[in-house]
Design a protein around this ligand. Sequence first.
Ligand code: SF4
Ligand code: SF4
Length: 165
Amino acid sequence: MKEIFVDLDKCVGCLTCTLACAAEHSNSKDIVGAMLEKVRSRIAVESVGGKPVPLMCRHCEEPACVDACMTGAMQKDKVTGIVTNEGHEQKCVGCWMCIMACPYGVITPVEGETRLALKCDRCGGKEVPACVASCPQGALIYDEAKVVAELRRHNAAQLAMSKAV
Ligand code: SF4
Ligand code: SF4
């Protein structure tokens, strides 16, 4: 199973990933069309102390959102590991229980004709998610969980060193 690693040192906060996400989930599959369709991005770039931090669903091993979903719409695919509340027989009714349960704050409530808890669906299993493919800085890396774990470990070690000096 693959995961997305965010290299915070490389992110410049250009928001290209958010535009690419909206375009990927639009009918037109382009950015202008996505804006006209009012498609929302499923990835957010927060500013923390002036530093951009891209945030998206981690497709957790034991997802709190799945446990919290009362209709069973939120499911984790046993093969791909993707967590999504779309494309299943059970439908999202917009009770927002998953939003309250997710420890990372990466689900957005969308209210229109229908209510939907909007989250990353890893572009429906595309070989490379749109956000990763679009990042001009190479700040988003999509690789096997083992490789991502090594990258995270390296980052944590660097952080520990910077705090020690
Ligand atoms: S596209 Fe890359 S550099 Fe731009 S905000 Fe997203 S992660 Fe950061
Ligand atoms: S929405 Fe939150 S709890 Fe659910 S899989 Fe993604 S990060 Fe985990």
